[in-house]
Design a protein. Structure first.
Lengths: 102, 489, 188
């Protein structure tokens, strides 16, 4: 029977992978996918905590529902921004869209 | 079922105004921006009034999810002021540059609603939802200007880094949820009694993640990379809005979280905040020195100001929180005032936004230049302006609580900052005007905004006592136990 | 445990694929695989409603949106790969490794404390020991989720509706085709 530790470590691994993708992808769609990956990792945490620590209260699962909603909203706005950038710059490489120096 | 609607009446008023604007925008012509401004003004006034009515019925409602406490009350005043001034400075700008886009106001009001939710929530779920409701309109607002490519770039950078910060925040919230088995701050604080090694570790780690996430939102130093680009890229009214309300909202949550978790987090957090405050102040001020673009300069200056508020957060307790509240109120008014003058001078499509473009404006537009001078002096913290009162309160709070070095570094930073703020004034008064003269944007609403901000700056500088008393009152309710004990109905 | 191992392995493998594939479409497909395996993990924990949402909303709606946009902007493989610059790569690796180690360390440490505490019968009031024989039919159904969502968490639920409204307006404002007259202004 997998315990809480297993789930938490899986979540940590996915979160770190998402972070790696976020830092190395040079494409806005790729970065967005990495962000979705991070949100998913957090979802595992919530459901696992909810299952193993407070099985009688569903707060963790409710939070997961909200996270999924937020991920949908962020994806919609993010992809709209990607479309906008694409129309204006004819490309969505994060490192090329840099007219203002950091 | 405790649905105490009256507790969230300011939020409802703001939201209703947003909806009315959304519908109204369909039916009126594109040129009647004035009507939208008037409706926004009335909506904000109603929200302020309702907030004032709530003064006497502080409490916890909606199954412990909403809390209406003095700190939330004070922050709602800050948000309303910020939104009010933003609406006034946007009015002409929006109808001229964006063909009277009604969605602009709707997004501003939804963002304000999100901030209010953040400031008055006693549950990590609503804190996070409020943050997202605030952020998503801001991502859009950053890139809303058609034909401003830098704005679109700003929108993308803001979005990607904002979503990244959200990921961190969520991870932190998950860990804290794991520590206490609840997301409700009231419940969590009741469970401190049973806290164990397990919950202690998870809380500590969770707070670090939360600090990183909110560090992005308040633009604290290692997490500030997006600020200059976004502030420069977004249009001036949006930048003004972004620099005031959302930052205050993130601080509202930080103040709340740190006062709730005070009993269980280790003293190391004071050190972390200390370092964060110092780095933020130094970085912001030093980089602001070399900026030529005035919006970029104000972006770095806003990083530095976040550093000053971080001093207040480090100090914590009654003194720290009341100083932080007072400072955020002043910063909101002064900063939006400064941006209103930038809009006034900027010309079509914000062509003139370099500090050198301000040469000679002191003689051409004396009143605007005087107002700009006052705002710059207030940001630098000159005596007899509001900025001085705010900084004085923060440094005194730091010294009284034994953070002598933090106060000294803060004062040193304020002195450095004088240099670049004065640069603008020098450019306005002591340089020869250029040949090409920008067309200034002159309008009633902008003038009202400048006037309100100007009066606010001077008034809070000369007679700050009432507002200091109010923030002391709000700060004295920082202790979570006292609120929960005394206010639960 | 076997099911968990398989699903977790699939999840980690597809996560690696998501962040390394050169082709955007295969990245997206692997993300769908990842989400389905996570749905399996949620079901394993009795969170059937979340599992269903994970498949319907995440793997269904959100990923369709992603693939739609990838198709629409005609994203090529060579635009998509990992950053060529070495520094970025190492930086990303270091950051991710730090986060991973930190998170695993925290988890391990916290779980050690946790097991110590439960062993020494210090089980506090709010931790129920994991109930393995949970009556899942009765307990973790969509019904109880709904009950929580609409009673205790009614206010966040309402806030979510505002969030979605903001996202709709935002996406509409951002993605609306600009009028030709508006495209004057700055040049690239």
């Amino acid at each position: 029977m997998p315990g809480l530790t297993h789930y938490l470590i899986l979540a940590a691994a996915l979160f770190a992978l998402g972070m790696f993708g976020l830092l190395t992808r040079r494409n806005a769609v790729g970065v967005l996918m990495s962000i979705e990956l991070m949100f998913n990792a957090v979802n595992i945490n919530f459901v696992a905590f909810s299952r193993f620590l407070t099985p009688e209260a569903l707060t963790g699962q409710i939070f997961a529902v909200f996270i999924i909603t937020i991920a949908a909203a962020e994806a919609a706005v993010g992809l709209a921004i990607v479309m906008l950038i694409y129309r204006n710059f004819r490309g969505i490489e994060v490192d090329k869209i840099n007219f203002m120096k950091w | 079922m405790g649905f105490n609607w009256i507790l969230i009446s300011p939020e409802i008023a703001v939201l209703a105004t947003g909806f009315i604007l959304l519908i109204l925008d369909l039916f009126i012509g594109k040129s009647r921006g004035f009507l939208l401004t008037a409706v926004s003004f009335i909506g904000i006034m109603v929200a302020l009034w309702l907030n004032y009515q709530n003064y006497s019925i502080m409490g916890v409602g909606f199954q412990g999810i909403v809390i209406n406490d003095p700190i939330g009350f004070y922050f709602k005043i800050i948000f309303c002021m910020g939104t009010l001034l933003t609406v006034f400075i946007s009015s002409t700008y929006v109808s001229r540059e964006m063909k009277g886009m009604g969605e602009y106001y709707v997004l501003i009001f939804i963002a304000t609603f999100g901030m209010m939710v953040m400031a008055s929530s006693a549950d990590l779920i609503t804190i996070f939802l409020g943050l997202e409701v605030m952020s998503i309109p801001l991502y859009v607002l950053a890139g809303i200007h058609r034909g401003r490519l830098r704005g679109r770039e700003a929108a993308m950078k803001y979005f990607l880094l904002g979503a990244f910060a959200s990921g961190f925040l969520l991870y932190g919230i998950a860990l804290i949820f794991g520590a206490y088995g609840s997301t409700n701050l009231v419940e969590i604080s009741q469970r401190f009694l049973f806290s164990s090694g397990f919950s202690g570790i998870l809380t500590g780690a969770g707070m670090v993640f939360l600090l990183v996430g909110f560090g992005f939102k308040i633009a604290a130093a290692p997490f500030h990379m997006w600020v200059p680009d976004v502030y420069e890229g977004a249009t001036a009214p949006v930048t003004a809005f972004m620099s005031a309300g959302p930052k205050a909202a993130a601080f509202a949550v930080l103040f709340r979280l740190f006062s709730v978790f005070q009993p269980v987090i280790s003293d190391n957090f004071t050190t972390i905040l200390w370092i964060l405050a110092v780095i933020t102040m130094l970085w912001g001020n030093l980089l602001a020195l070399s900026q030529k673009n005035i919006k970029r300069m104000l972006a770095y200056s806003s990083i530095a100001h976040a550093g000053y508020v971080l001093i207040a957060l480090t100090v914590g307790g009654r003194d720290g929180i009341s100083a932080g509240l007072f400072y955020l109120l002043i910063y909101t008014i002064v900063n939006i005032g400064a941006f209103s003058i930038i809009i006034f001078f900027s010309g079509k499509n914000e062509k003139y936004e370099n500090i050198s473009d301000y040469a000679g404006f002191g003689y051409k537009y004396p009143f605007a230049a005087i107002a700009m001078t006052v705002f710059m002096l207030a940001l630098a913290g000159f005596p007899a302006t509001a900025g001085f009162a705010g900084k004085y309160k923060i440094f005194v709070a730091a010294i009284n609580s034994g953070f002598i070095w933090l106060a000294i570094i803060g004062i040193f930073n304020s002195l450095v900052s004088v240099w670049y703020y004065i640069g603008v004034v020098v450019s306005m008064y002591m340089k020869q005007p250029r040949d090409e003269s920008p067309t200034v944007i002159l309008s009633m609403t902008l003038m009202v905004a400048v006037l309100v901000a100007f009066i606010g700056t001077v008034y809070l500088g000369l007679f700050p006592d009432d507002w200091i008393a109010l923030s002391d009152w709000a700060g004295s309710h920082y202790s979570w136990a006292s609120i929960v004990g005394s206010l639960v109905r | 445990m076997i099911i968990f191992s398989i699903l977790a392995a699939v999840a980690v493998f597809s996560a690696v694929m998501v962040i390394t594939r050169k082709s955007p479409i295969s990245s997206a497909i692997y993300l769908i695989v990842l989400m389905c395996s996570l749905a399996g993990l949620f079901a394993l924990q009795g969170a059937f409603f979340i599992a269903a949402l994970q498949v319907i909303v995440y793997a269904g709606a959100i990923m369709v949106l992603f693939i739609f946009v990838i198709m629409l902007i005609n994203l090529r493989d060579n635009d998509f790969g990992i950053d060529k610059r070495k520094i970025q790569k190492y930086l990303g690796f270091i950051f991710a490794a730090v986060i991973l180690l930190q998170a695993v360390f925290i988890t391990g440490w916290a779980m050690k404390e946790f097991s110590n505490e439960t062993e020494s019968a210090m089980s506090s009031e709010f931790y129920q020991s994991p109930v393995d024989s949970l009556d899942q039919e009765d307990y973790l159904s969509a019904e109880s989720v709904a009950e929580n969502l609409f009673m205790r968490f009614a206010y966040p639920f309402e806030v979510t509706s505002i969030l979605l409204l903001a996202a709709i307006i935002g996406a509409f404002v951002i993605a609306r085709k600009s009028d030709p007259i508006d495209d004057e202004g700055e040049e690239t």
